[in-house]
Design a protein around this ligand. Structure first.
Ligand code: PGA
Length: 225
């Protein structure tokens, strides 16, 4: 059952994949495949920092109807922070930034305090945080309106959460965090299973890793959502 005018987010997370040539090929393929554009479906592609200018240039020129996101952002403003990319720099190319993905929490030791700083920086420069949580008890910083529920066992495993459990967790997240407007599901989402999540009343879309890397699959995800 499709919901009335409720907005749905289909968000790609490329992680640490694709060279600039591969990104251009994906964009060309996506353009050729012509996915349906709808104001009810917000399509966002989150990519490594190096690929942000390519996506920006492409979407500006080819009127490809996707929004652009980064996969992280510095917790600081401009300054002497070698290796960091700050929110003002990201905002030149993107409208969204993933913050608090479980891979960053696990491999880069990002904690609640650091993630709160990142959210504050994103908001200061009008980037919408896509804040990732692992369960209904994960801390969500003030100002976050868009959340992705991504249980660790489901990420890249081929074994998604059940739509019933995802619905339950997401409903709880919304009850516990009244300022959160949208909560997506992420973890082994594929064209074949996306609508089992997006048709669930509390689930507002999907954050997709592996299946977003092939343009054809990504278009199928958008169509099937
Ligand atoms: P997956 O990753 O779709 O490859 O499971 C999702 C994510 O980590 O955002």
């Amino acid at each position: 059952m499709r919901r009335g005018m409720k907005k749905l987010f289909i968000i790609a997370n490329w992680k640490s994949y694709k060279t600039s040539l591969e990104a251009k090929e994906w964009l060309q393929e996506l353009t050729n495949l012509q996915f349906p554009v709808s104001s009810e479906k917000e399509v966002v592609v989150c990519v490594p920092f190096t690929l942000l200018p390519i996506l920006k240039e492409y979407t500006d020129e080819a009127t490809l109807s996707v929004k652009i996101g980064a996969e992280d952002v510095s917790p600081f403003e401009e300054g002497a922070d070698t290796g960091e990319v700050n929110a003002e720099q990201v905002k030149e190319f993107a409208d969204y930034a993933i913050i608090g993905h479980s891979e960053r929490r696990k491999y880069f030791n990002e904690d609640d305090a650091l993630l709160t700083q990142k959210v504050q920086m994103a908001l200061q420069f009008q980037l919408t945080p896509i804040f990732c949580v692992q369960d209904e008890n994960t801390f969500i910083p003030e100002g976050v309106t868009l959340v992705a529920y991504e249980p660790i066992f489901a990420i890249g495993s081929g074994t998604p959460d059940t739509p019933e459990n995802a619905e339950k967790v997401i409903k709880t997240i919304k009850l516990k965090n009244p300022s959160v407007q949208y909560v997506l599901y992420g973890g082994s989402v594929k064209p074949e299973n996306i609508n089992t999540f997006t048709t669930s009343p509390s689930i507002d879309g999907a954050l997709v890793g592996g299946a977003s890397l092939e343009a054809e699959k990504f278009v199928a995800l958008i169509k099937n959502a």
